[in-house]
Design a protein around this ligand. Structure first.
Ligand SMILES: [Zn+2]
Ligand SMILES: [Zn+2]
Length: 225
């Protein structure tokens, strides 16, 4: 018998009809864990996926005024407490298994929002520094990008430095860009990451891509906080 990937309770369900009819993989979560995840639905900001009635939220309007370097961020889930714990647990376990929780929704969003519209889009994960890689043993953005079933371009690297989470937004904006190019990309890029919070990280990554000839950068994240 299979077990819920998150809480380890036994899964009793057999395949549903929609799973028989499509290539979609069966749920890896029990119904109570699956029920805690909230897919973003309804009106959202066209720039960052935050729930928003108008076209662009105030944050995104400000980014545009500064000369934004990303076209848009598309997030799949609301970053609620349950998802926050799940992502923490995933990083803490340091394995690739919990990413299966996001596979179906992430693939669906990728296809509908990006792959169908931009067939040559290049998938680029947010890199982690070598120090962090040694500590954690895996890069969660790469783990997500790998699930999109198209070639992954590791076009960026990251210098080791202070932990980003420890400094506030102003400091982060001012600081030197921690990312560098390992392989210039001359086609439209899709940065993949776990959570979009202020959007500073993905914009620093996008800046490097664009400085080296990338014409446009989109972002796909599992959660909008
Ligand atoms: Zn469960
Ligand atoms: Zn926005």
């Amino acid at each position: 018998m299979n077990h819920c990937l998150y809480c380890y309770e036994p899964l009793e369900k057999s395949l549903t009809w929609s799973q028989w009819l499509t290539v979609e993989k069966p749920s890896v979560l029990c119904s109570s864990c699956a029920g805690t995840l909230e897919v973003i639905s309804g009106k959202r900001c066209e720039g960052c996926s935050r729930s928003w009635k108008g076209k662009l939220c105030l944050d995104c309007q400000q980014w545009r005024e500064l000369g934004d370097n990303i076209e848009k961020n598309y997030s799949v889930f609301h970053y609620n407490d349950a998802l926050r714990d799940m992502i923490r647990q995933w990083k803490f376990r340091g394995d690739y298994v919990l990413r299966e929780v996001f596979r179906n929704e992430l693939q669906r969003a990728f296809k509908k929002q990006f792959a169908d519209k931009y067939p040559r889009i290049a998938v680029v994960p947010i890199p982690i520094s070598e120090n962090r890689m040694q500590e954690r043993g895996f890069n969660q953005s790469l783990a997500l990008a790998d699930m999109l079933e198209c070639p992954v371009n590791q076009a960026l690297g990251k210098r080791s430095g202070e932990n980003q989470a420890s400094s506030n937004r102003k400091v982060r904006l001012k600081r030197d860009n921690p990312f560098f190019i390992t392989k210039p990309l001359k086609q439209t890029a899709l940065i993949v990451d776990d959570v979009y919070t202020t959007g500073t990280t993905v914009r620093q990554a996008a800046q490097q891509l664009k400085l080296h000839g990338c014409p446009a950068v989109y972002v796909l994240t599992i959660a909008r906080s």
